[in-house]
Design a protein around this ligand. Structure first.
Ligand SMILES: *Cc1c(COP(=O)(O)O)cnc(C)c1O
Length: 359
């Protein structure tokens, strides 16, 4: 079986070494030493000083919206994982969808201004598949209309844009360290911001607002992570360079082999900084996509319709987004993970080529 992705699990002994320390300290959660150590190591690795580890990438988005005090309408992308939209609704705000660019699959900045109303307070955009948005254009619009900007950078572990961390863009960026992402802590995520006050606000939010045992600094919930999650991160961080490197080779193989086919590949906004997190193939029609998917499944290869459906079609929101709907209907993410063997990838490529030629 060839799945679309597999979680990276490090050698079990390396994880077990951390367990001894946890048992001897008997400190298993509540901002323990491993969580603090992982935060420090991630700051160094990612080259970004203001980072807070949180429970997952979804609560990271909720914290971002809450910390910025956003209410009313948030302009957002319909082409993302459901958490981008659901977090907006969960926080009592209204998502206003703006269609995507057909080549980068990111929110199209040219369509933002017509969607701004007197109730608009923010833009929440996703760097789709680890490929940065047109951050300069979005910043210009946001500054002009005094809107906050949040980036759902769940796919962006290791992505840089023009030489520095992509997390520098926006008022707050979020990342996910879920099992299926490049760098995983089983469940986990982080928030990033240049603004110290926002970081401090989110620091208290993460732990019920506790400022000492009997004092509270504002409203909080539980967004903590445990020592067991941090241990997984500390071990995995040693392997992440290798994982990124392998992804890059696999991505480039798909690119080279599938180039002659009528498949639309992602237009990269900064190839040198890209983390090659996903390989997306957009086919000519939904029928073609379905044929490819079915032929792959006959060989026990499971590509994933990702993102699907276009989020404007969720039953708790509304609107029509022609480009996003069209791409969602035709896209497949192809298998890409550390242990994917060359022969396995060749089988994926051959199966796609054969299917497209028997039109
Ligand atoms: C994975 C993902 C999330 C959610 O992250 P979790 O850690 O699973 O909560 C949010 N947005 C995007 C784009 C994602 O891919």
């Amino acid at each position: 079986m060839i799945p679309v992705t597999k979680p990276f699990l490090p050698p079990q002994e390396e994880y077990e070494k951390f367990l001894e320390g946890i048992w001897s300290r008997e400190w298993i959660t509540n901002n323990g030493p491993l969580v603090q150590d992982l935060e420090e190591q991630l700051k160094n690795y990612l080259g970004f000083r203001n980072l807070l580890l949180v429970g997952n990438g979804t609560i990271a988005l909720q914290f971002a919206i809450k910390a910025l005090g956003i209410s009313g309408e948030i302009i957002t992308t319909p082409f993302s994982y459901v958490a981008t939209t659901s977090s907006i609704v969960w926080e009592g705000c209204t998502p206003v969808f703006v269609d995507i660019d057909s080549e980068t699959l990111n929110l199209d900045p040219n369509k933002i201004e017509p969607a701004i109303t007197e109730n608009t307070s923010a833009i929440l955009a996703t760097h789709v598949f680890g490929n940065p948005c047109d951050v300069e254009a979005i910043k210009e619009i946001a500054d002009k209309h005094q809107l906050k900007v949040i980036y759902d950078a769940a796919h962006c572990f290791g992505t840089t844009y023009k030489g520095s961390s992509v997390f520098e863009w926006g008022d707050i960026s979020t990342c996910s360290f879920h099992a299926t992402k490049i760098f995983q802590t089983i469940e986990g995520g982080a928030v990033f911001s240049e603004n110290q006050n926002l970081m401090e606000r989110m620091y208290f939010m993460r732990n019920f607002g506790h400022d000492g045992p009997g004092n509270f600094n504002g409203l909080g919930v539980n967004g903590k992570n445990s020592e067991f999650h941090a241990a997984m991160g500390l071990v995995n961080l040693k392997y992440v360079d290798d994982l990124l490197q392998r992804r890059k080779h696999q991505y480039q193989r798909y690119e080279k082999e599938l180039k002659p086919e009528s498949i639309q590949m992602l237009k990269l906004t900064d190839r040198d900084g890209f983390n090659f997190a996903y390989f997306s193939a957009v086919f000519e029609s939904e029928a073609t996509m379905n044929r490819v998917k079915t032929e792959l499944e006959k060989k026990h290869i499971y590509a994933r319709r990702y993102f699907y459906p276009s989020l404007n079609n969720l039953d708790y929101v509304s609107g029509e987004m022609p480009i996003s709907e069209s791409v969602s209907a035709r896209v497949l993410c192809l298998p890409l993970y550390h242990q994917l063997k060359k022969e396995e990838q060749e089988l994926v490529i051959e199966t796609i080529k054969k299917t497209l030629r028997n039109v």
